[in-house]
Design a protein around this ligand. Structure first.
Ligand code: MRU
Length: 349
């Protein structure tokens, strides 16, 4: 399985997603600040992968702490959690993972756990978050594959694959599971301007797996649907509000509206950790605005004239009414999402 992010004992190693597909190199993070920088600069990206990395970054930073008493250690822990929380605002998996690390810290500290005991507990918790994510993706894939007919032509947007998770993927997990069942699958991968996660990462993953892959520019999706060349859409998510509104990579909303117009099912595959019942609807989801340069340039080549203003919202919100179903590791939620998501999440996330 593709190693997206790995704990080595004294570092966190990540494949550098900015360089794929032309170069396969790995970045070694030796401090929590290295991990935070890697998340911010997109060495690693994708909601679940960001959460797993942040958890490992916290475990890494604290494992190297020189604190001798729990008071100083607790202060360092809080600072490291804040550092991770400040990296990217939209994917709720980041905050979910930090909360899990905080709970693990509190449990270990309760009853007078030593600094070394707390350190060990943080490492265990980050590894659990990693392993659970892979398991969730596989179960989600099995649920989602039931929605995929044989000979399906599937459109996906951005990269919701092994690279965006601890392994296997959410939307690409559904595609992988359907292919593993022997179904003949053909994927249309939106290139996903401006960071090109679809053209670079999704296509790279699928070609490696021997799955039939065609890259299209984002503005071709509507035409493909009108021609009858798309049987279903499956995408990932960065945050799903309590009412089923879905934040995902910018451009997802347009795909969902087009899918509705052409009677194409629009599925979202995401782990329970992506569901944010504290946020009532999509209006409450913070949307990250990224650097102008991602839009004005491709590599070192400038595309736009100096003086033209640029917008670069990295995500958009697809209203729940366009979402046919939400695939999770605990099963498939259907509208009305207010009830079905609350039932799936239950008391535990
Ligand atoms: O900006 P990115 O590349 O982190 O955005 C990633 C996405 O929007 C993915 O579709 C989402 O995180 C789901 S990944 C399983």
């Amino acid at each position: 399985m593709l190693p997206t992010v790995e704990w080595t004992g004294d570092s966190v190693v990540m494949i550098d997603q900015r360089k794929l597909p032309s170069t396969e190199i790995y970045v070694t993070c030796r401090t929590a600040a290295d991990v935070a920088r890697a998340i911010k600069t997109m060495v690693i990206r994708g909601a679940p992968a960001i959460g797993v990395s942040a958890a490992m970054g916290i475990a890494l930073g604290l494992s190297k702490s020189k604190a001798t008493g729990t008071k100083q250690f607790t202060t360092e822990f809080q600072k490291t959690c804040d550092l991770m929380a400040g990296t990217r605002p939209t994917a709720v998996n980041l905050f979910w993972a930090i909360d899990r690390m905080k709970r693990a810290f509190a449990e270990a500290a309760q009853g007078g756990g030593s600094v070394d005991e707390i350190k060990a507990r943080l490492v265990v918790e980050s590894q659990r978050i990693h392993d659970e994510d892979v398991a969730s993706c596989r179960t989600m894939g099995a649920h989602g594959a039931t929605l995929v007919p044989d000979t399906a032509r599937i459109l996906t947007h951005c990269n919701a694959g092994a690279l965006a998770t601890a392994g296997y993927g959410t939307a690409l997990g559904v595609i992988r599971a359907a292919a593993a069942q022997g179904k003949t699958i053909a994927v249309l991968a939106d290139e996903t301007r401006p960071f090109l996660q679809g053209a670079r990462l999704t296509a790279w993953e699928l070609v490696r797996d021997g799955i039939d892959t065609t890259v299209i520019t984002d503005n071709m999706a509507g035409s493909m649907m009108r021609l009858g060349d798309v049987d279903l859409v499956v995408v990932g998510a960065d945050r799903i509000a309590a009412n089923g509104d879905v934040a995902n990579k910018v451009g997802t909303y347009s795909v969902a509206v087009l899918a509705r117009e052409h009677d194409v099912p629009f599925y979202v595959a995401a782990p329970i950790s992506t569901i944010d019942l504290q946020t009532a609807n999509g209006d409450g989801i913070p949307i990250e605005e990224r650097n102008d340069r991602e839009v004005t340039h491709v590599g070192s080549s400038r595309l736009t004239p100096v003086g033209a203003r640029v917008r670069n919202p990295a995500f958009d919100v697809t209203p729940a009414k366009f979402v046919t179903a939400i695939i999770t590791e605990r099963g498939i939620a259907r509208p009305p999402y207010q009830e079905s998501l609350a039932a799936l999440v239950g008391g535990r996330q």
